[in-house]
Design a protein around this ligand. Structure first.
Ligand SMILES: [Zn+2]
Length: 72
């Protein structure tokens, strides 16, 4: 099992838990999670953070543009 993490966009600055510090890289459990981006999880309290993937960010940008267009 290798290569799954390699294809993800790893952020330059690793996230940290506000209470416990360093978080662990979490392999996506589903294709949907992999699509959303790279997840980090605190092993002590279970809190997680998401770094948005380019694919999701592109869709979010599209959604934002669509909202602006409909509002004007
Ligand atoms: Zn924590």
């Amino acid at each position: 099992m290798s290569g799954l993490v390699d294809v993800l966009a790893v952020p330059m600055v690793l996230p940290s838990c506000e209470q416990h510090g360093q978080m662990e890289l979490q392999s996506p459990g589903t294709p949907e999670q992999a699509y959303c981006g790279t997840w980090y999880r605190c092993t002590r309290c279970g809190s997680s953070k998401l770094f948005t993937s380019p694919a999701l960010q592109r869709d979010l940008d599209h959604a934002a543009l669509a909202n602006v267009g409909s509002a004007s």
